[in-house]
Design a protein around this ligand. Structure first.
Ligand code: CMC
Length: 436
């Protein structure tokens, strides 16, 4: 970041002296006002719950222009990466800042595929869970438990440990997600096959059985790879900020990523794909397209508590570019599987059409986000609804790691410690009569 030819002056109506604050600029996007000395200079904090106007860090990884509906990983538009690169290229890019050349590509693919197995003991750990446990509950536990199995890569201050932990996490996530699925349905775990692609291997671990050979369908393989690319990073969202905050205490990388998984689970964040599909199924059960108008009235009624899941975003005030790509993938997958007339897809398109023309949504700039169509694609592939957020976690792991490692390498990094506006009781004494 660099100082720009501008300064911010904060003045007060009560006559307190005004303060001047430096302004920094990035490479693109809004400038920031440096308020780090504000408390020392004025005895006041800033108040910004939900971080509506607060940049929590400087980052060179992902850039979103919410008004334009633009998403760049290390400067490359998501549309180009989704069509010209694969997920592991994207991982290399996010971690290292550049796309790999041929040799780097081969080496990186080999490195990741060499770490796909998990410690055999983990399956016994997994057995402690109820079989009907939500996969995100299981995954939060499994990822956290990695620190108990891989002691040699838990020192967050050691760059070599961080490098190995990063590769282990990227390589083992598909294995762990598939294991949590197989455990839930009572089928044997499938060991990874390293000659397959990252997404092909995941499909086989999910849907293959030891009884027969599993043939990877290239259309589904590509679709899944695209889902992974589109979810790989999204700058300082809630789960990434959680990973940074958790990691800022110096905890190990597996623990920090487990915190991210836990945060992602919520329906306002990664859990939205599951919530969106449940919403579509509910409307379908109640009468489908004919009931869309009635449903939309509920969404617009603030007292109903009903939201159009898969719509709206804190940053995008335009069409989420990932949603466009996901809709394209949705068409391809449904055509491949002969599901062109899928009622949920029709319903989703109808909801989208009505919402995009409705004043409520237009005024609030609410557009479909990535989760609006991703559930339909995943469901068509055969992934159960409860695992959707697990797939998101798998794909986002690389983003979390890249952001965590960037923070640790930043000389300005400090333990994250927000302040508060205290509104509780001032000091008071416990009544003398209150004695046990
Ligand atoms: N349906 C109906 N109304 C909505 C919706 C929606 N999906 N999203 C926002 N609004 C309304 C909201 O009620 C508010 O109205 P008003 O100004 O009258 O009070 C206005 O639009 C602004 O919304 P907000 O809640 O202040 O916006 P936010 O930035 O705090 O929340 C959000 C963003 C994503 C949490 C929210 O849009 C939402 O809950 N969407 C549904 C859940 C969803 O799809 N989440 C996935 C996000 S993309 C994947 C990811 O990155 O995790």
């Amino acid at each position: 970041m660099k100082l720009v030819d501008n300064k911010a002056t904060l003045s007060f109506s009560n006559g307190s002296p005004s303060v001047e604050m430096p302004v920094y600029g990035g490479s693109i996007g809004p400038d920031v006002i440096d308020i780090r000395k504000l408390y020392a200079q004025t005895g006041m904090f800033t108040y910004d719950p939900g971080f509506l106007s607060t940049a929590s860090c400087q980052s060179a990884i992902t850039y979103i222009d919410g008004d334009k509906g633009e998403l760049l990983y290390r400067g490359y538009p998501i549309e180009q990466l989704a069509t010209q690169a694969d997920y592991l290229d994207t991982c290399f890019l996010l971690l290292n800042g550049e796309l790999p050349n041929e040799k780097e590509r081969g080496d990186f693919h080999k490195l990741v595929t060499n770490h796909t197995m998990v410690n055999e003991q983990m399956q016994f750990f997994l057995r402690g869970f109820r079989r009907d446990a939500h996969p995100m509950a299981v995954l939060t536990g499994l990822i956290g438990a990695l620190s108990a199995f891989y002691h040699d890569s838990t020192d967050i201050n050691n760059p070599e440990h961080r490098r190995i932990a990063a590769i282990r996490l990227i390589a083992k996530m598909p294995t762990l997600v598939a294991m949590s699925y197989k455990y839930g349905v009572g089928q044997p775990y499938m060991y990874p096959r390293n000659e397959l692609s990252y997404s092909g291997n995941f499909l086989r671990m999910m849907f293959g059985t030891p009884c027969e050979d599993y043939k990877v369908n290239p259309v589904l393989e590509k679709a899944l790879d695209r889902i992974f690319i589109l979810h790989a990073d999204h700058e300082q969202n809630a789960s990434t900020s959680t990973v940074r905050l958790c990691g800022s205490s110096g905890t190990n990388p597996f623990a920090a990523i487990a915190a991210g998984v836990a945060c992602l689970w919520g329906p306002a964040h990664g859990g939205a794909n599951e919530a969106c599909l449940n919403m579509l199924e509910d409307i379908q059960r109640q009468g489908g397209v004919a009931k869309v108008g009635e449903f939309m009235e509920k969404v617009k009624d603030k007292n109903s508590g009903v939201k159009l899941m898969g719509f709206g975003h804190r940053v995008y005030k335009n069409y989420d570019p990932r949603a466009k790509l996901m809709q394209e993938t949705c068409n391809e997958v449904l055509a491949e599987l002969g599901l062109e007339n899928d009622p949920l897809f029709k319903l989703a398109k109808e909801l989208e059409k009505i919402a995009l023309e409705d004043d409520y949504f237009v005024q609030r700039k609410l557009y479909p986000n990535v989760d609006f169509y991703s559930g339909i694609v995943q469901r068509a592939i055969g992934i159960p609804v409860s695992l959707f957020t697990g797939i998101f976690a798998l794909a986002r792991t690389v983003g979390w790691i890249a952001q965590l490692n960037e923070m640790l390498a930043d000389p300005e990094y400090k333990i994250g410690r927000p302040r508060q506006l205290f509104t509780g009781s001032a000091r008071r004494d416990v009544p003398a009569t209150f004695k046990r």
